[in-house]
Design a protein around this ligand. Structure first.
Ligand SMILES: *Cc1c(COP(=O)(O)O)cnc(C)c1O
Length: 423
């Protein structure tokens, strides 16, 4: 006999119940309760959320849009699912065509977030694809594949059967080597969260060649593109010849325009990216993504899209530049503080994250401290919340992430306390 009541998606039961951030919250709460005087001093350098106010250009555009909505002539109901033409043109022109990259307006899909798009993209890809992710990894890539039933169970260390983990370490500069085996779908994130690493042109060329050789699709997350300061580092995967045949790019206004709470992002799906259908025919995926978008999504609000478009005005661009400069100023302060303690420090130059290798164990011996041991020490001695590297995957063990998303005042204070710690 079959089930006698409604069933659920058992794949969700395979998920390691949101381990990282709840565990951080639990430890911080316990510390604060035990040390009420220290709790007032707490500085959060843990979460990857922006702190500075929304740019004036955005707010003015949103105010104007809301006033327009209050008139009969300016009212907007359902908009185009793919996004208003004014925003898609601004994106394609400024982020791509003005940089010599061939991206058409109708290859841009405006959404309410890259996180959502990253999960949604699995709707149009087959269930039999082999999946590769970087380790350490932004957990969304893994968890959405677990939910979609693309993995086996979780192992002790939090990794999943059926996912190919591409180890990122000091030796490879946190840019993974090409795997021996074929992966159909490869998630790449540069500048990287959590390591802050960037991939060079040569490294991205190798990935595009790999994808074209194996017929793989690269899911390229460029949420931190605005933080690239090194002019030799590609800002888009489409700077690599051949990427239009194999790569989907995810971009977001969250980290450049401070839109984490306002919500707007976009995905680029070139019409030239193809994949096999069950009958063995190579087909473009653009029509499927378009169909998914128009069926399951009704677009981002007009007001929000006007706000996003304002980021491409001269004033908006200047404000984005000053936000990036602010956070990268923090990154420099925090990076130098950790380095001055003799710690090995990565990232923080083209990304708002500093990836720090923990000190050797106090008792001597070759083994360093675990990420959670470091977390506890930084919490107790400096009253700073960092993110344990092991929360992003096995290869993150022994590291911790410091976020530069903070006020300047707090970044300076955090740096002072890091330097005062007995590492
Ligand atoms: C913050 C972030 C995003 C952006 O997600 P939104 O849903 O657009 O806010 C995407 N990818 C990574 C790795 C991020 O850290």
């Amino acid at each position: 006999m079959g089930p006698t009541m409604a069933t659920l998606n058992s794949n969700y039961l395979k998920l390691k119940a949101g381990y990282l951030f709840p565990e951080i919250a639990r430890r911080v709460k316990a510390f604060n309760e035990a040390n009420p005087e220290a709790s007032a001093r707490m500085i959060r350098c843990g979460i990857g959320d922006v702190t500075e106010p929304l740019p004036l250009a955005v707010r003015e555009a949103m105010h104007a849009a809301i006033n327009e909505m209050g008139t009969r002539e300016g009212f907007h109901g359902y908009g185009p699912e793919q996004g208003y033409e004014f925003l898609r043109t601004a994106i394609a022109t400024n982020d791509y065509r003005n940089r010599g990259l061939d991206v058409a307006d109708d290859e841009i899909f405006v959404s309410d977030g890259s996180k959502c798009d990253g999960g949604a993209i699995l709707d149009i890809l087959g269930d039999d694809n082999t999946i590769a992710v970087m380790d350490p990894v932004y957990p969304v890539y893994v968890d959405t594949n677990v939910m979609a039933g693309h993995t086996g169970d979780a192992n002790e260390d939090g990794s999943y059967e059926g996912i190919l983990y591409l180890e990122c370490n000091e030796e490879n500069g946190f840019v993974p080597a090409l795997p021996e085996e074929k992966a159909d779908i490869v998630y790449l994130c540069f500048p990287n969260n959590p390591t802050g690493a960037v991939a060079s042109r040569v490294q991205l060329e190798a990935w595009v060649a790999y994808a074209r050789k194996h017929g793989s699709i690269l899911l390229y997350d460029a949420a931190y593109e605005a933080y690239i300061s090194d002019p030799s580092v590609p800002r888009s995967i489409y700077e690599i010849p051949g990427a239009r045949e194999c790569a989907i790019e995810f971009r977001s206004f969250s980290k450049n325009g401070g839109f984490t709470g306002t919500r707007c992002a976009f995905t680029v799906v070139p019409k030239t990216v193809t994949a096999l259908s069950a009958d063995g025919v190579r087909r473009p995926i653009h029509p499927l993504w378009h169909r998914r978008f128009t069926t399951k999504f009704n677009g981002v609000s007009y007001v929000t899209q006007q706000g996003a478009a304002a980021l491409y005005t001269d004033q908006g661009k200047a404000e984005v530049a000053s936000l990036v400069e602010h956070y990268m100023g923090n990154a420099k302060i925090l990076r130098e503080a950790a380095a001055s303690c003799g710690l090995k420090v990565y990232g923080g130059e083209n990304a708002p994250y500093i990836w720090v290798k923990g000190p050797p164990a106090v008792q001597g011996g070759p083994e360093g401290l675990t990420s959670w041991q470091i977390f506890d020490r930084v919490l107790q001695e400096a009253n700073i919340v960092v993110t344990p590297g092991s929360g992003f995957g096995r290869a993150g063990e022994g590291y911790f992430r410091i976020s530069a998303f903070n006020s300047r005042e707090k970044a300076i204070e955090a740096a002072t306390r890091i330097k005062a710690m007995r590492w």
